[in-house]
Design a protein around this ligand. Structure first.
Ligand SMILES: CC(C)(COP(=O)(O)OP(=O)(O)OC[C@H]1O[C@@H](n2cnc3c(N)ncnc32)[C@H](O)[C@@H]1OP(=O)(O)O)[C@@H](O)C(=O)NCCC(=O)NCCS
Length: 167
């Protein structure tokens, strides 16, 4: 069965995305940020409540990724008021990595950006998330800024800003 990517429209599916986010974040971020920061960021950005607020109040859309009918990843996007689309989240469960599914996900993001009339996609990625940075570079993103964001509770996000210009 092919990879399927679709907009999350209903609460039960968003709840499953929140569960998947919790699993993926606790698997992929140890070694990059502390467990305490992972717990804090999951609650602040990826809990069901947080994602509901992002969708209802901040213009976010979540897309779920299915492989063989099984939920295995998700994407979060938000159109900015200018010509850019913000790619806020791009996450794939570890057992589905290394198969090109992220490229399909990034193609979908570019498609959504074009539908919205945007000319670029940008994202923030932890400076030490080497694999994700390599994937983004391979897919045409360039580092366009460095940003340190205070997210409260004594934690900061130490990120590259990366941008993809759409043709
Ligand atoms: C980031 C993530 C989505 C990438 O998914 P993935 O399955 O590892 O990537 P894919 O196998 O689909 O590869 C995507 C592309 O990058 C290329 N690529 C993969 N690893 C690479 C590397 N180390 N160097 C250069 N290119 C690489 C692939 O060849 C492919 O390009 P192509 O389709 O043009 O051939 C996934 O690793 C993930 O969810 N990681 C944990 C969460 C995370 O860090 N998310 C990003 C937060 S900002």
């Amino acid at each position: 069965m092919a990879v399927e990517i679709k907009k999350v429209k209903y609460l039960p599916e968003l709840r499953k995305v929140a569960e998947l986010a919790d699993e993926i974040w606790h698997e992929c971020f140890p070694g990059i940020i502390t467990e305490a920061q992972i717990d804090y960021m999951v609650e602040k950005f990826q809990s069901l409540d947080a994602m509901c607020r992002q969708i209802e109040e901040q213009g976010y859309t979540y897309l779920s990724v299915y492989d063989g009918g099984e939920l295995c990843g998700y994407i979060g996007i938000k159109p900015e008021n200018d010509e850019r689309l913000f790619l806020s989240k791009l996450y794939l469960r570890s057992d589905r990595r290394g198969r090109g599914i992220a490229s399909i996900m990034l193609d979908k993001v570019a498609e959504e950006a074009r539908i919205l009339g945007k000319t670029s996609v940008y994202l923030t990625v932890n400076k030490h998330n080497d694999h994700a940075v390599s994937v983004y570079k391979k897919r045409g993103f360039e580092v366009t800024d460095l940003i340190v964001t205070d997210i409260g509770n004594g934690f900061v996000m130490d990120d590259f800003v990366m941008t993809l210009k759409l043709e």
